[in-house]
Design a protein around this ligand. Structure first.
Ligand SMILES: [Zn+2]
Length: 687
């Protein structure tokens, strides 16, 4: 960046301070941030850099303190030992510099012993226990002063009201941790708030007619962290009690009467005293620490709580004391940040995508940005209702999010940026085939089953991995072959000829050969896979499995009546109607018949008989097993058992492989669920 004059720097610094203060207020005091953390961090880093470069740091700059204000409605709570925030390392180089600083400070060349823990993205809180009993709960606030929320933390079930376990209890101990909201329940919370608002609106209509003051509506939460913060800071603690909050212990402040020598001893104490904590991974030297942090980043989407980094700490408390703190941060700890999953960018225009079942999805075409190193150009806006609710307009600056393998989506508009002028509405006709669009609930639908967009979607799905698995026949090629007039439906795939393909763009001799070979190979298929490939509305892989086992051949399914279908466990009225409609449609029926002349459907095996040790039982799998989870799952299901993702009161067995997830294990122990090994499972199955 070009060197600024001192005057320019001064102006830039004052602008940054003002903006950061505003965001701080939105974040801490209102729990309502309008930019993603990554953008906030960028502002802060820029401010710190400029102040350093130009020697313009002043005591009241936001860079000089850990930001935050105490909201008026709770009593202030002074922390005995300040809850400092942790310095960030945004890349490997900064992580290595942290290690070098420590070695320099300790005047050693030896590798440092560290521990690494996930950094939960929630609300930091402090719990004080006197003689083993919970005395105070407080938020972190600005690090020196927080808010007293004792009544509320008591409602969080993972907060022990008294320290458990035998042995000496500390006279006084301050436990620090993170209050988090599960990702899996977040959408449900907003739905409930929406419903509540609808009721309030009705009530308000009456109130307004009677000239009374209307009741305020509830604000929806933007992400699980806001939900945690908003739920914890409720004046009415019964509201907090209804929210599924969770407290993860991660550190100790002041401690009298018990000697805790290192971070692993602290973890053992947490465990003994009844706290939930992630076991810190010990690492010798910075290389191992970086490797473990990367492992954790890869796992982040499979954990039900938001994790935005890994905390690296010097293991020994004695060394921690020697290292001490700077004015702002402890010297012995650093937060290794993960790449952000949210970024801001601008919407260039909005297009309509027609899916294989005819659903119309508005798609935001974006100015390209990178999330976790992957370039994002488009993001889903789901439905017209979503566009309205979020008030998204063409030209808006928006927050875009990408989590796991899910299609990127537009989270919200950044209101402080210049707003777009053009609002969006669904067209009256399908943009591909011009059929009149129909509405189905909040969805818009192209009713024309011969719509080229739908055909393309169906053929692409047909050739995809979970269906016929034809390598070399992806979406682009399907589109190309449809445009060439060579493919009109799924069955046409099996009559493709060499000379039709040769000479088309991208189809050299070798690739034509490979494709035809792949197609040949795919002709043998199970009934289940066949069903899953047809794009019958409401028929996913699970339903396909159920139907295949029940009807065993395509002919018997095609001859089934509504009564036959509904008699099957797991088939409801809506699904039955959808299957009947599919086979009644002359065009789609003729495609299925053409397909049946081309492929060989493997006979579905006779049901193997249920195993009473497995049948009706619910299993959860964790850790690495000797075969894939899919295989174990289908074996359990074949014998009449069920496999679900998380441990609950209904779980019968937790099957624990190598390197199991600690959350699942702890939950199973809490609930007294049977924890079994893979060997044990095999003996139940009868292998
Ligand atoms: Zn159409």
């Amino acid at each position: 960046m070009a060197r600024l004059t001192k005057k320019q720097a001064r102006a830039e610094i004052s602008r940054l301070r003002e903006e950061i203060r505003r965001h701080d207020h939105l974040y801490y005091a209102e729990s309502n941030p309008e930019i993603p953390d990554a953008d906030y961090d960028r502002l802060m880093r820029r401010l710190v850099e400029l102040e350093q470069d130009y020697g313009l740091a002043v005591p009241d700059s936001p860079s000089q303190r850990v930001a935050g204000e105490v909201a008026e409605q709770f009593n202030p709570f002074s922390h005995v030992i300040p809850m400092m925030s942790i310095d960030n390392a945004v890349d490997e180089q900064e992580t290595r510099e942290f290690d070098k600083r420590i070695k320099r400070f300790l005047k050693t060349e030896e590798e440092i012993e560290y521990v690494l823990q996930p950094k939960f993205d929630g609300v930091s809180a402090s719990l004080t226990y006197a003689e083993g009993k919970l005395l105070h709960g407080a938020t972190r606030g600005d690090g020196k002063t927080g808010e007293e929320i004792t009544a509320n933390v008591k409602t969080v079930r993972s907060v022990p009201l008294a320290l458990s376990g035998r042995g000496r209890k500390p006279k006084l101990v301050e436990i620090r941790g993170e209050v988090v909201f599960p990702k899996s329940l977040f959408a449900k919370l907003n739905e409930e708030l929406k419903k509540l608002n609808e009721e309030l609106e009705k009530e308000n209509e009456t109130l307004l007619k009677e000239d009374k003051k209307p009741k305020p509506l509830r604000t929806l939460f933007k992400n699980p962290r806001n939900a945690a913060s908003g739920s914890l800071r409720q004046l009415d603690s019964s509201v907090t009690a209804r929210r599924p909050l969770h407290f993860y212990a991660w550190g100790v402040g002041s401690c009298e009467g018990v000697d805790l020598r290192d971070e692993l001893e602290i973890y053992e104490a947490f465990h003994k005293w009844g706290f939930i904590a992630e076991e810190p991974r010990g690492c010798l030297g910075i290389d191992q620490a970086i490797e473990y942090a990367r492992e954790l980043e890869r796992k982040r989407d499979s954990i039900d709580y938001e994790i935005d980094g890994a905390v690296l700490k010097v293991r020994s408390r004695r060394l921690q004391e020697i290292l001490g703190t700077t004015a702002k941060y402890p010297r012995w700890s650093v937060a290794i940040k993960f790449s952000p999953k949210q970024v801001t960018t601008k919407i260039r225009y909005i297009t309509i995508q027609v899916g294989r079942t005819g659903h119309l999805t508005p798609v935001a075409e974006l100015e390209p940005v990178k999330i976790s190193g992957i370039e994002i150009k488009r993001a889903s806006l789901h439905t017209e209702d979503t566009v309205r609710e979020k008030d998204v307009r063409i030209g808006d600056t928006v927050v875009v999010q990408r989590a796991g393998d899910v299609i990127p989506e537009v989270v919200e508009v950044v209101p402080s940026k210049e707003r777009g002028k053009e609002s969006f509405s669904m067209p009256k006709d399908c943009p591909r085939c011009e059929a009149s669009i129909e509405r189905e609930g909040s969805f818009h639908l192209c009713p024309n089953t011969s719509c080229p967009a739908q055909i393309k979607g169906r053929i692409s799905l047909f050739a995809s991995r979970n269906a016929f698995d034809i390598e070399g026949l992806g979406g682009k090629r399907v589109e190309q072959l449809i445009n060439e007039g060579i493919l009109r439906n799924m069955a046409d795939i099996f009559t493709l000829r060499r000379e039709q393909l040769l000479g088309l763009e991208g189809f050299a001799e070798k690739s034509v050969e490979n494709l035809l070979e792949e197609i040949e190979k795919s002709r043998d298929v199970s009934f289940e896979r066949f069903l899953n490939s047809l794009s019958i509305k409401h028929v996913g892989s699970r339903t396909a499995q159920t139907l295949a086992r029940e009807f065993r051949t395509p002919e018997s399914l095609m001859g089934a009546t509504a009564e036959d279908l509904i008699r099957v466990d797991g088939v409801g009225e809506e699904l039955a109607q959808s299957i009947l409609r599919f086979f009644e449609d002359p065009e789609r029926k003729s495609v299925v018949e053409a397909l049946l002349r081309q492929v060989r459907i493997e006979e579905e095996p006779e049901p193997s008989g249920e195993n009473e040790k497995i049948s009706g039982k619910t299993f959860v799998l964790t850790g690495t097993l000797s075969v894939t989870r899919e295989q174990v799952k289908s074996e359990i299901e074949r014998l009449g058992g069920k496999v679900v993702n998380s441990v609950s009161g209904k779980t019968d067995f937790l099957v624990s492989g190598a390197d199991p997830g600690t959350t699942k294990l702890q939950k199973a122990r809490e609930l007294g669920t049977d924890i079994i090994t893979e060997e044990h499972l095999k003996s139940l199955i009868g292998l």
